[in-house]
Design a protein around this ligand. Structure first.
Ligand code: SF4
Length: 356
């Protein structure tokens, strides 16, 4: 199987997580709780972390959210990124409160002395800055020049922000260029990849609800990743952000770019199935979220074809009538009632993991 050759980039550190270069493609998400509600936000961050999220972004829309950052950063198991629009004082305070990355567009901050203050604080604490261009909020003059948010317009906008930082001798930069239109997003990233070697944060913005957003993200991000573009990804979904992590992993796993999660496969069922495969597959999938091991687990509807069809699987369930078989590397290791199958399967997987 061919391996995807990734675009060489600089390396930027977000806390202790490296982005770009030879580092694995990092999975991130964003909380959708009110940031000012520290316990709700930390609770969601912990759930994201347990499902495999490696960097988390929080929006900082007001003073209360800003001050909440202190406790959030102190207690978060993963590096926290502050998403700040315009307000340079928020940016400086957020850096002081322990964020690991700042998402702000320097061109939107205002006077250059304010940008200098932010850059000075970021340099002191080694906090990188993500420039995030969104097709929906391009500068007026750029929009006038191009007529509408074209890939070229997005890249010009991003380079304008990049130039401000480079002029201040700041290079810890990550760039994103998001549009809800998939082809515009792809072209914008391809264009940017030819202009600078900063790591790229890729995503399809406003992708949609869980199902449609996952599909649209898989199409857009899949094409970019296949071209070697993308150093950190965020799948944007309207729904529980844990679903973003699951989707991101599946996209990366599907392209052979990450192999440290469990992949659950399940059969589409047919008239041979006498067991609720959908229910079993969902339970297995949910129980193994965040189980950091390269495993393939199959949930198959029948014992006749199941283990054979799932030959590549490390473990699996093959249904019978109200009961099912558990198999490991194609060999049957036990027969259990339908209600016990998931629990038994997990026991086997966890025991094997503990035994190395
Ligand atoms: Fe049908 Fe069995 Fe194949 Fe599932 S595993 S699709 S039930 S033959």
């Amino acid at each position: 199987m061919g391996k995807i050759k990734r675009r060489p980039t600089r390396v930027v550190y977000v806390g202790d997580v490296g982005i770009g270069g030879d580092n694995r493609i990092v999975i991130q998400s964003m909380t959708n709780t009110p940031t000012k509600d520290v316990s709700k936000t930390l609770n969601q961050i912990n759930k994201l972390y347990e499902s495999g999220c490696e960097i988390v972004r929080v929006a900082v829309p007001d003073d209360d959210s800003l001050y909440a950052l202190k406790d959030i950063c102190k207690n978060s198991p993963i590096p926290v990124v502050a998403d700040i629009h315009f307000n340079y004082k928020y940016a400086i305070k957020a850096i002081d409160f322990g964020i690991s990355k700042l998402r702000i567009n320097p061109g939107n901050i205002g006077e250059i002395w304010k940008v200098k203050e932010v850059v000075k604080a970021a340099k002191e604490k080694r906090v990188p800055i993500r420039i995030g261009v969104n097709a929906g909020s391009l500068e007026k003059d750029i929009l006038q020049k191009y007529g509408h948010p074209t890939p070229e317009a997005m890249v010009e906008s991003a380079l304008r922000h990049v130039q401000i930082l480079e002029d201040l001798d700041f290079y810890d930069i990550v760039i994103s260029l998001k549009a809800s239109d998939i082809l515009t997003t792809i072209e914008a990233y391809k264009l940017m990849a030819r202009k600078r070697d900063y790591p790229l944060h890729i995503g399809i913005t406003e992708a949609g609800t869980i199902f449609s957003g996952a599909v649209r993200s898989a199409v857009g991000l899949g094409i970019l990743l296949y071209e070697g573009i993308g150093d950190t990804i965020r799948v944007s979904l309207t729904g529980d952000p844990v679903e973003e992590i699951k989707t991101a992993f599946l996209i990366l796993e599907g392209l052979g770019l990450r192999e440290d999660f469990v992949r659950v496969i399940s059969c589409p069922t047919c008239a041979r199935a006498e067991i609720n495969v959908e229910d079993l597959a969902k339970k297995v999938e949910n129980a193994l979220i965040g189980f950091r091991k390269n495993l393939h687990v199959a949930v198959m509807g029948c014992a006749v074809n199941g283990p054979g069809e799932a030959r590549e699987a490390d473990y699996g369930i093959a249904g019978g009538k109200g009961e099912g078989l558990i198999f490991k590397k194609g060999k049957i290791i036990g027969k259990y009632k339908e209600g016990e199958l998931v629990e038994r399967l997990l026991e086997v997987i966890k025991k094997d993991k503990d035994n190395g």
